[in-house]
Ligand binder design. Structure first.
Ligand code: IMP
Ligand code: MG
Length: 333
């Protein structure tokens, strides 16, 4: 029995969706359960000619044999959730905790105002105002929303039951460690903690149940919205390195910088990481594109990986070398 928690190590957009779906393909997970903030996240999952774009459901959706759940800590936008369930035709295996709080039009409206949009640079998806109402205890919960009636249940009990039955559970975090309300650069952060401990609390499992914490880093650092980014590249430099990404949720240009080894070490500490997944290695070392065997990587790529392991003290176990989920090296460490 294995409980695996996957979290982002930098500022979100590390490629967690790809790593999660690759794990979901490879391992025999019974349930994949999502923690994190809400539909401010955006994950793209690619397998062969199938592309899933997800903001509410777990990325393990790509594997038809896994039950998909959303933990009580997560905020639900019912329109976005139902659209994903219908689009990918997966209602038979979705369960949303009745205690998830609901994002309303009013929250979205507030999130487009001066404080949120202009000062912080939020995604505008209503998550900050919705969490604020939740703390004030004026919010609405999923169990009280008619259109969610068919998918609502007790996620924490399901997940703990699965663990008691010795089955494998995959716990998906969203955002990234330095967007945490506690550990990021306040106020340029999201509306709650998103470290591994918080993600476990979101889905209702205790720390003694966790076997593995996979911290996902991209081979360079990107950030959308405002706040510090050490050694940030100019736009032109970012384009010439092929690091100029645009956001899945907002379509905004992401800012970019080289891999930050000190920040990675800090992320591994905050999350209690046991192993690292490194994504987009092919954008740093183009010769690695599509490789699936560690030994075939060139010396520069191997040295880069070694430097990450030396500075964080944990192994780099998964390495992404292309967008398809099969483009992944899995090392026996
Ligand atoms: P909010 O979470 O929409 O309130 O936005 C707060 C900050 O977190 C902004 O800088 C957003 O760009 C950032 N953010 C929130 N969710 C994500 C994500 O999934 N990926 C990347 N950045 C995010
Ligand atoms: Mg994203």
């Amino acid at each position: 029995m294995t409980v695996t928690v996957v979290v982002g190590g930098f500022y979100g957009d590390e490629g967690k969706g790809k790593i999660v779906s690759s794990l979901a393909q490879d391992r025999n997970y019974k349930i994949s359960v999502r923690g994190g903030v809400g539909p401010n996240a955006g994950h793209t999952v690619i397998k062969d000619d199938q592309i899933l774009k997800l903001r509410m459901l777990p990325s393990a959706a790509i594997n038809p044999d896994i039950d998909l759940m959303i933990g009580a800590g997560v905020l639900i936008n019912p329109d976005i959730l139902l659209d994903e369930i219908n689009r990918y035709d997966i209602k038979n295996r979705v369960l949303v905790d009745g205690h998830c709080a609901i994002i309303t039009k009013d929250h979205i409206q507030k999130d487009s105002g001066e404080h949120f949009k202009s000062l912080i640079g939020t995604t505008g998806t209503g998550t900050g105002p919705a969490n604020s109402d939740r703390v004030l205890r004026t919010g609405k919960l999923a169990k009280d929303v008619d259109v969610l009636h068919n998918v609502v249940g007790d996620v924490s009990s399901e997940v703990n039951g699965c663990i008691e039955n010795n089955e494998n559970v995959l716990v998906e975090g969203t955002q990234g460690t330095f967007l945490s309300l506690f550990y990021g650069e306040y106020p340029f952060v999201t509306s709650k903690d998103v470290s591994a401990s918080a993600i476990c609390s979101d889905v209702g499992i205790g720390p003694t149940k966790v076997d593995e914490v996979v911290v996902v880093f991209k081979s360079y650092v990107t950030r959308v919205g405002h706040g510090e980014l050490k050694d940030e590249l100019t736009f032109d430099e970012s384009v010439s390195r092929g690091w100029n990404e645009t956001g899945t949720v907002t379509g905004r240009q992401r800012r970019s910088a080289p891999f930050d080894f000190d920040l990675a070490k800090k992320a591994v500490n905050i999350n209690g990481g046991t192993e690292i997944a490194l994504t987009k290695l092919d954008l740093l070392f183009p010769e690695s594109k599509g490789l699936r065997v560690y030994e075939e990587l060139n010396q520069d790529a191997k040295s880069f990986i070694k430097k990450i392991e030396d500075s964080t003290g944990i192994p780099v176990k998964y390495i992404g070398t292309g967008p398809d989920l099969q483009d992944t090296i899995i090392r026996d460490t």
